[in-house]
Design a binder for this molecule. Sequence first.
Ligand code: ZN
Length: 405
Amino acid sequence: MEMNIEAIVKQVLAEMQGTAASAPAPAAPAASSGEIPKTAHVAVLTSLEHFEVKEYPMPEVGDDDILVKVEGCGVCGTDAHEFRKDPFGLIPVALGHEGTGEIVKMGKNVKVDTAGKPVKLGDKIVTCMIFKDDPEITMFDLNKKNVGGADVYGLLPDDDVHLNGWFSDYILIRGGSFGSTFFNVSDLDLDSRILIEPCAVLVHAVERAKTTGILRFNSRVVVQGCGPIGLICIAVLRTMGIANICAVDGEAKRLDFAKEMGATCTVNFKDYKGIESLAEAVKTALGGHAADFAFQCTGSPAAHSNIYKFIRNGGGLCELGFFINGGDATINPHFDLCSKEITLVGSWVYTLRDYATTFDFLRSAKRIGLPMSKLITHRFPLEEINEALKTNLAMTGLKIAIVNK
Ligand SMILES: [Zn+2]
């Protein structure tokens, strides 16, 4: 994925050359009653592992543009990657793409969001990395399709507007050739809005799992790995009414959280020696049955090799743990796959349709009382963005977020 993202961003940037922002035509944009300051603050990555919060004049809002007062933004693995290595060669750059905020000013041509839902001043919005011309495409297709039109706020090169990333107090969502997909999500609370992107990854994975026809209302399911991805996987399954979920991890604290999120039973793999005894423990936890379906949510090749042993003959598996290259995994194709007739699907990122479905998932999760907010373990003000990124790299928390006052 690292390679893919890099190639994608480079291609997007290459396509954009020559289409750099011309000054937006001054219009008579609608403005909120709240006062808009004359300057905005943007965290700019000026060198490796170093953000500077810079002050820029508030830009003009063109007829197709939206000025958003930023409330918060999640820190993504991509941000951490850029912070540490600048693989896309973007420095100086304003990062942050998992952001959300309130519309404080907008051009006269802005009437509806990407889904056709009306937008007005005061509405809360998010942007999406996926282009709108085909809702079924995924990030995987972006190098073919997501060029020359949509832009990814938080991975744009710096220009004369400067307000290009969500690690800021204001962001200008530009229309025209910069037209991004954006959604009115005013009915979601701030934490839910910050969690949209990681949740979309799981909505997509469960949609992939459903294509096997094996995942059903009363399925017995194993979720292996209880980091953010596994925990959200459990949440998505719970909102679908799947109640028989066994969480597998090596950390008691994570397994406790998995239970809070709705796992019915947990197995700590550190308590067992060898895959046979571990598989037996999972079976016992599931009431004496091997799993109908399993989700592999760790980036460990050994975990991929093991998970087949938890699944019944004719069962299904969704592998989604390898967001980036984690190395090779060994399986025995005869015993693990063929003789058991396992149906295996892989999952990576999400489509635009999954992104919109995620809003419904988050509403359902809230309705049934899942502790989604607890996934955000660290909240930093914008001034402490370097600290936030370092906390993300230390991998001691779950979701790290910048939250503005
Ligand atoms: Zn992200």
